[in-house]
Design a protein around this ligand. Sequence first.
Ligand code: U5P
Length: 209
Amino acid sequence: MSKVFVFDHPLIQHKLSYIRDKQTGTKEFRELVEEVAALMAFEITRDLSLEETTVETPVGPAVANRIAGKKLGVVPILRAGLGMTDGILRMIPAAKVGHVGLYRDPETLKPVEYYVKLPNDVEERDFIVIDPMLATGGSAIDAIASIKKRGATNIKLMCLVAAPEGVKALNEAHPDVDVYLAAMDEKLDDHGYIVPGLGDAGDRLFGTK
Ligand code: U5P
């Protein structure tokens, strides 16, 4: 059963209020999405394991902690997931970035996969799949299936806003994948948009509408 975490940190919630606001223009929207992604990365990495090391400070030896094990893989779902990538990399600069390209067929609302490129050693990495919106869940379910198919076993999903329908579908398809959100919204509308949501994340990020 997937666990769902909603990050209620005041900075995340404050910035999300501007992201939702339709008056917020492309430049500001993009900056805010990056900032929230960075803050969420800070929260999502809480359980990373540390290992002790010794460093020389100007004063003498100090026992210090560093992150243990393999580097993280961050996988934005194209194209809206790209808007969160740099924010995460600001917090985790050593992470490798994979890409999964999916678009939603406007008629069937089903995702169509057109591009997948992942870092090496897929089996040994922890992955964070990112997409600002978890609406029907179709894109995230397919993106996660495609990286599992290539050997990934440890996957988290990070989105800004989700609809309950998407969380339920994700949980049924991938019960091993926990979901990290800035907000859980009310529902989907008839066109698969999250209500109240923030509109089309890709269009707002890239100014295509
Ligand atoms: N999407 C939005 N806003 C919404 C709902 C969906 O931008 O209110 C887009 C996102 O870009 C996301 C995709 O990549 O649709 C997720 O849809 P779904 O496959 O979860 O339905």
